[in-house]
Ligand binder design. Structure first.
Ligand code: CAA
Length: 258
């Protein structure tokens, strides 16, 4: 896979996407988002890939949507082109787990892109924020919706209304990120976490992702019912037979992802 503004490569069973627009701190224009979409399509259809990592540079995961590209937009330009939301949701619709490995700035659309992922692992240098208010706009790719679900109303309001940045320690305390690691270990940690996930049964991993996401879309009872149905379905898998046999026989499971 060859792209201009991202690098997409396979590392074992992990698909790695590195945003590569350093001069603009990985600002997300249409091309970057289209390339991420194309890479995700490839990784999703590749049976050899079990998990995906999206990362940026040491200085920036992504400093937001490309401000220059939308500076002169009219309402109709924004509405017709669906810029900022067009294609962005591909991260959300990906059925394989996606980890955001965040160092440096994750601002505006950069923070929103990270929040579309399933897990955020942050370097101790990471800074999260929704500073759109300073530009005379508001978050447009889920910031006002996913941030409160992740960190609660008070902190989400604070970040969106004051435009202040939140460092990695605060982000972990607030529940936005799952782990904070030294900056020079970020990619190794994220790839190791992804490789661990990819070593498990892919259909089970996909079921878990679907089920956890259900918790944000349904009442508790509906979610529990959904989980139980999917739990029962897992017993149709060869991987369930193998996983339990391996436990009983005190050996490592050899999942065949079916
Ligand atoms: N869009 C386009 N270009 C950007 C950018 C963005 N979001 N963020 C940074 N850049 C560019 C800068 O214009 C600059 O380019 P030049 O060298 O050609 O001038 C280059 O990246 C380096 O940036 P700085 O010189 O500003 O670097 P810094 O270290 O002094 O500051 C920063 C870093 C605090 C991240 C600062 O660049 C900044 O505030 N960026 C904008 C952050 C922002 O407002 N993001 C929200 C965008 S709107 C959005 O995302 C909408 C949505 O919800 C989808």
């Amino acid at each position: 896979m060859s792209f201009e503004l991202i690098i997409a490569e396979k590392r074992g069973r992990v698909g790695l996407i590195t945003l590569n627009r350093p001069k603009a701190l990985n600002a997300l224009n249409d091309q970057v988002v289209d390339e991420i979409t194309a890479a995700l399509n490839d990784f999703e259809s590749d049976e050899g890939i079990g998990a995906i990592v999206i990362t940026g540079s040491e200085k920036a995961f992504a400093a937001g949507a490309d401000i220059g590209a939308m500076a002169t937009f009219s309402y109709m330009d924004a509405y017709k082109s669906e810029y900022i939301t067009r294609n962005w949701e591909r991260v959300k619709t990906c059925r394989k787990p996606v980890i955001a490995a965040v160092a440096g700035f994750a601002l505006g659309g950069g923070c929103e892109l990270a929040m579309m992922c399933d897990i955020i692992i942050a370097a101790d240098s990471a800074k999260f924020g929704q500073p759109e208010v300073k530009l005379g706009i508001l978050p447009g790719a889920g910031g006002t919706q996913r941030l409160p679900r992740a960190v609660g109303k008070a902190k989400a309001m604070d970040l969106c209304l004051s435009a202040r940045f939140m460092d990695a320690t605060e982000a972990e305390r607030a529940g936005l990120v799952s782990r904070v690691v030294p900056a020079d270990k970020l990619l190794d940690e994220a790839l190791a976490a992804a490789e661990t996930i990819a070593s498990f049964s892919l259909p089970v991993v996909m079921m878990i992702k679907e089920s956890v996401n259900r918790a944000f879309e349904s009442s508790l009872n509906e979610g529990l019912l959904f989980e139980r149905r999917v739990f029962h379905a897992a017993f149709a898998l060869n991987d369930q037979k193998e996983g339990m046999a391996a436990f009983v026989e005190k050996r490592k499971a050899n999942f065949t992802h079916d």
